[in-house]
Design a protein around this ligand. Structure first.
Ligand SMILES: [Zn+2]
Length: 414
């Protein structure tokens, strides 16, 4: 078993965090911004120094390829180099840098593989500059239409199309990732579970299914001083009662179900006026379809009217649980055991490029712990030794897979 060089990995994490560094130790590297273009240039340079070939597709996704002895589809590693505004120096970039460290370790040990290896950097994963998130992995997996994505506009009125054309990273559609033997994305957990359980590696079995509903309650506005309580049609009172009822009912469905009342709009939102309308959203996530089914039954089973107010639930959107490749998950877990690292099987509550890529390539993810579960903020942190353990597991998994694939074994899509 080969171990990665933890100090070298730390140095590259620190090096890459200089691109778009914020005063408080975070990173602002919005997709296709100047900082993103500079980090891309630097990433390509690092890969070329290792003898890798660079290709870029029409969504500016970058592919660095280490040729193998056999001319077959590659094993792919990677994630994204863009960040949110004032994000951290681990989200996304760690998946790219652990892949880079894996290749450096192979080179250093003069190991030549039969199967080509590839590192991918997906464009605009965060969706922080151009909506939606996971835009470019979504386009190559046919989840989004490219023409629509090109029209996505940032807050300065620049379209994704314009940013793409000016970036120097607009490549050929023919270069898109369409065929590979496996895709493995290492990522920070972005949640508190691994740290709380004092575990080293998360073996990610999939991404949670979710639904988001918007519930609108319509009553009647009137004067806050002159209208007796018994004569009101107050949607705020109805909404707050309803949230508590939902909290109770959803809480009974399954102890691992999560749900969030994330947005509340009140109209007219004036302290002397009884509101005439309250709208709130509820986002709920779980891996089992039958649990999500029960959530929807609760939400659609709300009364149509209460205390003179009209209640209308509308489903904004939903996604089914994405299950990753069971065989790759097993190999990740075995790699952990080989190193004596504790592993924990889990689902991701957050979205990742791997959830779209899983529909075209057998995929899995590796999580490393997030201190206090923090991410998308400057305080985001993962101890460097934990990052290195992740890199070890990534490399070992790739080596095992390459031996299997080299002998003709293949994994099929779920
Ligand atoms: Zn990410």
């Amino acid at each position: 078993m080969y171990k990665c060089n933890s100090r070298r990995l730390q140095e590259s994490i620190e090096q890459f965090s200089q691109f778009g560094a914020t005063p408080n130790g975070g990173v602002t590297r919005l997709s296709l911004s100047n900082e993103d273009l500079l980090v891309r240039d630097y990433f390509c340079k690092c890969c070329e120094e290792l003898g890798m070939d660079i290709k870029v597709d029409d969504m500016a996704n970058i592919y660095a390829i280490l040729p193998g002895k056999k001319d077959v589809p590659p094993i792919v590693m990677g994630s994204h180099l863009d960040s949110v505004e004032k994000g951290g120096k681990f989200d996304g970039v760690l998946g790219v840098l652990t892949a880079l460290e894996a290749i450096r370790t192979l080179k250093e040990n003069e190991i030549e593989l039969d199967i080509p290896l590839m590192i991918v950097n997906f464009t605009n994963e965060e969706g922080a500059r151009f909506d939606p998130a996971m835009m470019s992995s979504g386009v190559i997996a046919s989840k989004f239409e490219k023409d629509k994505m090109l029209q996505s506009v940032d807050k300065n009125g620049i379209t994704f199309k314009e940013a793409l054309q000016e970036s120097g990273y607009e490549g050929e559609e023919d270069n898109r990732l369409t065929e590979a033997l496996a895709y493995i994305e290492l990522h920070i957990e972005q949640g508190p579970v691994l740290e709380a359980k004092q575990l080293e590696i998360g073996v990610v079995e999939g991404v949670l299914g979710m639904v988001c509903y918007e519930i609108t309650i319509t009553g009647e506005s009137n004067h806050a001083g002159t209208t007796p309580m018994s004569m009101r049609k107050d949607p705020m009172i109805v909404a707050s009662k309803m949230m508590m009822v939902l909290h109770e009912k959803l809480g009974e469905i399954d102890e691992t179900l999560v749900y969030t009342f994330g947005r509340v709009n009140v109209s007219p939102n004036i302290h002397t006026v009884i509101p005439n309308q309250v709208m709130f959203t509820i986002d709920s996530r779980h891996q089992r379809p039958e649990v999500m089914q029960k959530v929807e039954e609760v939400l659609t089973g709300l009364p149509a009217e209460e205390t003179g107010c009209r209640i209308q639930p509308v489903k904004l959107w939903g996604r089914d649980t994405v299950f990753f490749d069971a065989q790759i998950c097993n190999e990740v877990e075995k790699s952990c055991q080989g190193f004596g690292y504790s592993a924990h099987r889990m689902f991701s509550g957050a979205g990742h490029d791997a959830q779209y890529i899983a529909s075209i390539i057998p995929s899995a993810m590796i999580f490393v712990p997030s201190i206090q579960g923090k991410s998308h903020c400057e305080e985001e942190e993962t101890p460097f030794e934990d990052c290195a353990k992740g890199a070890d597991v990534l490399l070992e998994t790739v080596l095992t897979l390459q031996t299997k694939f080299s002998m003709g074994e293949t994994y099929t899509l779920n």
